[in-house]
Design a protein around this ligand. Structure first.
Ligand SMILES: NC(=O)C1=CN([C@@H]2O[C@H](COP(=O)(O)OP(=O)(O)OC[C@H]3O[C@@H](n4cnc5c(N)ncnc54)[C@H](OP(=O)(O)O)[C@@H]3O)[C@@H](O)[C@H]2O)[C@@H](O)CC1
Ligand SMILES: Nc1ncnc2c1ncn2[C@@H]1O[C@H](COP(=O)(O)OP(=O)(O)O)[C@@H](O)[C@H]1O
Length: 493
């Protein structure tokens, strides 16, 4: 029987051939980018490339060919492959005189001396746990690195699951990771990111629609955020620069609202008032402090024209936080809900100008999940929180994820020293200040987390260890100028 293509069949075949051609071009781009980074970071000496059976291994063969033709001593240790493009690039490598030996832990240990190692074993197609003899190979890579052999990972270090923020088992520690087309969660978050070393994002010359229907999150540059910063006109007075309330504090946690107030002040709020049922410390004389014998009655009785432009509620507020939150949510004023106000019973009571700011523990409480489920997949968790709570959600961490309906953003920067008590309180004040100066909830969230992270980076230059929330608040003004592009000069001033 002889097969015949219908007109539709001809068109489908054309589309398949075009896709195959694009995949070949993409692998060529990927391997070329890897070779370029090897040349840039380690311009001398031998290069030993490890090729797994999938397309990650194909990238290694392409890189080896480019390195060899550029005069570098390159060798490949490879797993058998059934992947057509990987097999094609293995033949192309051999056609330029390239040498391939079978991969084993023993062969790797013998060869990995006075060389640069390129890890093309497992990429985005890896599903944990590591099986076969690969676990021993990963150990041999670690042993080589411990002897001082530098490691460059292709797309992501082998053993990491691209979709997860935590290493699922043993994985390669890379000095440099060259990734393609877009960042993956493993390259961004917590411990997995720490395995990647310096991350280089290499573009691929693929059609624009290659990623557009896949992309779920974006990481804004400072230049994207700078135009969103509020600008104070020359004739401004304190009444037009945002009247912000901070509602928080309880016996034992009176510092939390004070830190939020400081954050609000340093983020440019014109008038910041703290409302509490207990005495708050006057650590910042610019803040106005009101103690209320009956805080619920005070909030319930606040007439619409006395309400603030924005508020943050929950920092150290104690067990009444959820009922107080319900009261202020009725006002429909831009509101940051943090800490004690992050209770599951508030689901369905929010509004569009509501900004929820859980850390992973609070996110776990809101979603009724164990905390490791949140830290394993911060992007998925932020999306689930937003769907449940509405408005905009910031899932705090290193880095933080910002979610609104249908859109996700991952912040840049920050510092591990920011993992200290009170840091989130300062952020809630910053966010309330930005809302009070007229930013939308989405813009306030993205600008606020970046401003806070940048201030943390700056403060860490002085107090890398033992970083405190007040140190970070003190750097907010300089962080603001950094985001603006280094200029203290405001338009029209
Ligand atoms: N992003 C882009 O646009 C581009 C991406 N590109 C590249 O493609 C890569 C993805 O390639 P991919 O899909 O072929 O998968 P890949 O990561 O090589 O893994 C498959 C191999 O791993 C093995 N394996 C799996 N699980 C395992 C386990 N538990 N334990 C042990 N082994 C296991 C599996 O073995 P098998 O199951 O077949 O026995 C198979 O051999 C991507 O990371 C990037 O480098 C560029 O080429 C071009 C543009
Ligand atoms: N490792 C880290 N890298 C970057 N930022 C971090 C890191 N750890 C914590 N942060 C930031 O510090 C803040 C901590 O907030 P949170 O846990 O709510 O503190 P608290 O409840 O004590 O005020 C968040 O904004 C978070 O993004």
């Amino acid at each position: 029987m002889t097969p015949i293509l219908t007109p539709d069949g001809v068109r489908q075949l054309d589309a398949r051939l075009e896709r195959a051609r694009l995949l070949d071009l993409a692998m060529e781009d990927a391997g070329r980018a890897v070779a370029a980074e090897v040349q840039r970071h380690w311009p001398q000496g031998q290069v030993l490339l490890l090729a797994g059976g999938g397309a990650n291994g194909g990238d290694a063969f392409v890189a080896a060919r480019h390195l060899l033709t550029q005069g570098r001593a390159a060798r490949v240790l490879a797993r058998p492959s059934t992947h057509p493009l990987t097999r094609l690039n293995r033949r192309r490598w051999q056609a330029v005189g390239g040498d391939t030996r079978p991969l084993s832990a023993a062969a790797l240990s013998r060869a990995a001396r006075d060389t640069v190692l390129v890890d093309g074993l497992l990429g985005t197609g890896f599903r944990p746990p590591v099986r076969d003899t690969l676990a021993a190979v990963l150990e041999a890579v670690s042993a080589a690195r411990a002897r001082g052999v530098p490691v460059l990972a292709i797309d992501l270090p082998s053993g990491l699951d691209a979709t997860r923020a935590d290493p699922p088992g043993p994985s390669v520690q890379a000095d440099v990771t060259v990734t393609f087309a877009a960042l993956k969660p493993a390259l961004l978050f917590w411990e997995a990111a720490a395995r990647c070393g310096q991350v280089v994002l290499a573009p691929l010359t693929v059609p624009p629609d290659w990623l557009s229907d896949l992309e779920v999150a974006a990481q804004p540059d400072d230049a994207d955020l700078a135009p969103l910063l509020p600008v104070r006109s020359a004739g401004a007075h304190k009444g037009v620069a945002g009247r912000v309330w901070i509602v928080g504090g309880h016996a034992g946690t009176v510092g939390a609202p004070a830190l939020a107030g400081l954050g609000a002040l340093r983020a440019g709020a014109g008038l910041v008032t703290l409302h509490a049922a207990v005495d708050l410390p006057l650590v910042t004389p610019e803040l106005m402090i009101h103690r209320h014998a009956d805080l619920p009655a005070f909030l319930a009785g606040t007439a619409p024209d006395r309400r603030p432009d924005a508020l943050a509620l929950g920092m150290g507020l104690g067990p009444d936080a959820a009922s107080l939150a319900r009261e202020v949510l009725r006002w429909q004023v831009p509101t940051v809900l943090d800490a004690d106000a992050l209770q599951p019973e508030l689901s369905g009571h929010g509004h569009a100008a509501c900004l929820w700011t859980p850390h992973p523990g609070e996110a776990a409480r809101l979603l009724g999940l164990p905390t490791p489920d949140i830290t394993r997949d911060p992007i998925g968790a932020a999306r689930a929180l937003q769907e449940r709570l509405g408005g905009v959600v910031i899932l705090k961490g290193g880095p933080s994820v910002v979610a609104r309906a249908g859109e996700l953003s991952v912040s840049r920067g920050g510092h591990p020293g920011m993992a200290s008590a009170g840091m989130g309180d300062t952020l809630s004040g910053v966010l309330a200040a930005l809302l009070g100066q007229g930013l939308s909830t989405w813009d306030a969230a993205r600008v606020g987390v970046r401003l806070h992270a940048r201030a943390g980076e700056r403060a860490a230059e002085q107090f890398a260890y033992g970083l405190g929330a007040t140190d970070v608040a003190g750097e907010l003004g300089r962080a603001w100028m950094d985001l603006r592009g280094g200029s203290a000069h405001l338009p029209g001033v």
